[in-house]
Design a protein around this ligand. Sequence first.
Ligand SMILES: Cc1cc2nc3c(=O)[nH]c(=O)nc-3n(C[C@H](O)[C@H](O)[C@H](O)COP(=O)(O)O)c2cc1C
Length: 161
Amino acid sequence: MTYAIVYSSKTGNTRLLAETIRDTLPAADCLYFGAPDDAALRADRIYVGFWTDKGTCDADTAAFLARVTTQEVFLFGTAGFGGAPEYFDKILSAARRNLPEGAAVCGSYMCQGKMPMAVRARYEQMEDSPRRQMMLDNFDAALSHPDEAALSRLQDAVQNQ
Ligand SMILES: Cc1cc2nc3c(=O)[nH]c(=O)nc-3n(C[C@H](O)[C@H](O)[C@H](O)COP(=O)(O)O)c2cc1C
């Protein structure tokens, strides 16, 4: 079975996941690896990676998902806020809504990804509150992600789908 890996990544977190998938699967069957592109549509299965933008996948990924027809899709992504599986599920559901009706999703995976320091600086400017503290704590927790454990779980998800 042929496959392609497309990914959208502004700061490298999702690219790390895409590279991990590439290193996990047989190179000979890979038709395409890179930014969302119609060249990937020739594959039987497409691993589609996104960064989270306002609770859903980024716009480039959304546009690519809308172009899928009969290919199987494995959806993967990173988000700044981690810790709650329900949050990841919500993002994945929102991303899936870009696919045409009846598209086959064979698996999915999400993990936390670090954010730029400018985001922390913005939080620091906010008035002190439990919400501000939660956001600062989350920012600091995200700094080491995606970590080895997250990449290893991704490998399992790719191998066991
Ligand atoms: C404009 C913008 C909007 C974002 N919106 C969200 C969001 O709604 N939820 C979230 O958890 N993370 C959000 N993030 C954080 C990124 O999704 C996260 O850092 C991701 O891992 C970045 O992936 P990349 O390194 O592949 O670009 C946002 C980041 C930016 C720059």
